[in-house]
Ligand binder design. Structure first.
Ligand SMILES: NC(=O)C[C@H](N)C(=O)O
Length: 481
């Protein structure tokens, strides 16, 4: 069978099958994470000889789960409050399933061209514009994700320190100023971890980060049975009070099965944002020990399923605790409980989790930037360190000047998230899989085309709704911050 790639017209010899395909060698050593044909190892069928991944299946699951899990979890109860339980469950299930399918498309495309890099898939599919497009979307998206994580540090860490020190909130001490605290956390914790040469080393911190999130979930469930309705003794934050005014007394503590309002516009972007991990999938695949597509798909399926369960439980119990009063940054809804020791520990756990996720998110940005600007250069420590440092400085400046986390979820979730999950994997797959292997009108390709089209539709719908919401002035009266 002769295989022909659509983008560069390279012809494969007869003996080359999809499993043992070699790509042409124009790519630089840094870019080339390729399948080389060799006798398959009976035990693992591994096809990689150029980069020997050492990360175990378990650690890879931790890393991918950690890449999925982030600040998005804090917006899910808010999304549920504005869609109702049934619509939310349908939305969450669909996006989780589509996200796993999208990973399948990426892995299959990577398997065919033998490159485990999102940008290089873009290059193979559309040449330089494809590579630049993928790199830009990854960079913008991950900078947005990093900003949302550091925003949580900026808003929650002062509350934790204030309570531990028993200081009054307006004492003006520097250590109660979120802006300084973000800079300190970036320098002391994030920067050293971001300097690791390989993502696999972060498996332990990823495990710790996930443990913190499990503790967060258990506490949310416990608190549901602890916070009474209608939260009279709860010192709710100002924006939440505004929401109470717009809700009738009767349905304050009534769970809605299906509901719709102008804030529903944020539901799809929030859920889409929560499931993005796609820029990290291929780097994690590259470092996986015995890297076969089946093994990596297993890593992806287990991670997506585990995060789906955590997301669902957090949203359900978070919503059933505060109902319509839940804020867009869930943790802040407990603001009246600042002195509560459990809530204090929960804040600390979430802070630790999001802080430890930042380095995982930095890796794909650095990779994207290096591939665009230094694609033919070998690894260099000075460049590696400078890019991480520069990125942290940039995102710190951004976070210090951002007033609101909901709009990060909204804008990033409505634009770059559907592009990374739906559009790029769909169109790359169509271009990369050779036509004599799968014709343009074959089922998998039509499916991939519909998938990409659905992503485009999601972007149009989400952006239109968000703009309508902004235009109607709804932005000022929403809970959270
Ligand atoms: N990795 C990301 O892009 C965002 C992540 N899924 C989150 O929920 O924070």
């Amino acid at each position: 069978m002769e295989l022909e790639k659509p983008s560069n017209g390279v012809h494969y010899p007869e003996h080359v099958t999809i499993e043992t395909m070699v790509h042409d060698t124009k790519a630089t050593p840094e870019e080339r994470e390729e399948f080389l044909p060799h006798k398959p190892d009976e035990q693992n069928q591994s096809q990689f000889t150029d980069f020997v991944g050492k990360t175990s299946l378990g650690m890879s699951i931790f890393n991918l789960s950690n890449a999925i899990m982030g600040s998005g979890i804090l917006g899910l109860a808010y999304a549920m409050a504005n869609t109702g339980i049934i619509l939310f469950v349908i939305l969450l299930t669909s996006i989780a399933a589509l996200s796993a399918y999208s990973i399948h498309l990426l892995l299959r495309s990577a398997g065919i061209v033998g490159i485990r890099s999102y940008e290089q898939l873009g290059n193979r599919a559309f040449g330089a514009p494809g590579k630049v497009l993928a790199a830009c979307v990854i960079t913008i998206h991950n900078i947005g994700a990093m900003s949302s994580y550091l925003f949580i540090v900026k808003s929650e860490l002062p509350l934790v320190i204030q309570n531990f020190m028993g200081a009054p909130s307006n004492s003006g001490e520097w250590y109660l100023n979120g802006k300084y605290l973000v800079i300190i956390a970036s320098l002391i914790i994030i920067l050293p971890l971001a300097l690791m040469r390989q993502l696999g080393y972060l498996g332990y911190t990823s495990g710790l980060s996930l443990t913190c999130m499990v503790f967060f979930l258990i506490s949310v469930i416990y608190k549901k049975f602890n916070v009474g309705c209608p939260l009279e003794d709860h010192n709710l934050t100002q924006p939440l009070t505004v929401m109470v005014n717009s809700t009738s007394e009767d349905d304050v503590c009534e769970a809605k099965l299906i509901t719709y309002n102008s804030r529903t516009a944020y539901a799809i972007p929030i859920v889409a944002f929560a499931f993005v991990c796609h820029p990290e999938v291929l780097p994690i695949y590259m470092e996986l020990r015995k890297p076969t597509m089946k093994r990596m798909q297993r890593v992806a399926n287990i991670s997506v399923l585990a995060m789906f369960v955590m997301y669902l439980l957090t949203a359900v119990f978070g919503y059933l605790t505060f109902y319509d009063k839940v804020g867009s940054e869930f943790l802040h809804t407990y603001k009246g409980d600042s002195a509560d020791h459990l809530i204090l520990c929960v804040r600390l756990a979430v802070l630790m989790a999001v802080t430890l996720t930042v380095p995982v998110v930095i890796f794909p940005i650095r990779r994207a930037l290096l591939q665009i600007f230094f694609h033919d250069k070998p690894f260099n420590w000075v460049r590696h360190i400078s890019v991480a440092f520069g990125l942290l400085v940039f995102v710190n400046i951004l976070v210090i000047s951002i007033p609101n986390i909901k709009d990060i979820f909204g804008v990033i979730g409505a634009t770059s998230a559907p592009t990374l999950i739906f559009i790029l994997p769909g169109i790359f797959y169509i271009r990369i899989v050779p036509e004599n292997l799968e014709a343009l009108n074959s089922r998998p390709k039509i499916q991939a085309a519909c998938f990409a089209a659905a992503g485009l539709l999601l972007i149009v719908i989400s952006i239109s709704f968000i703009i309508m919401h902004w235009a109607s002035g709804g932005n000022q009266s929403i809970g959270g911050h």
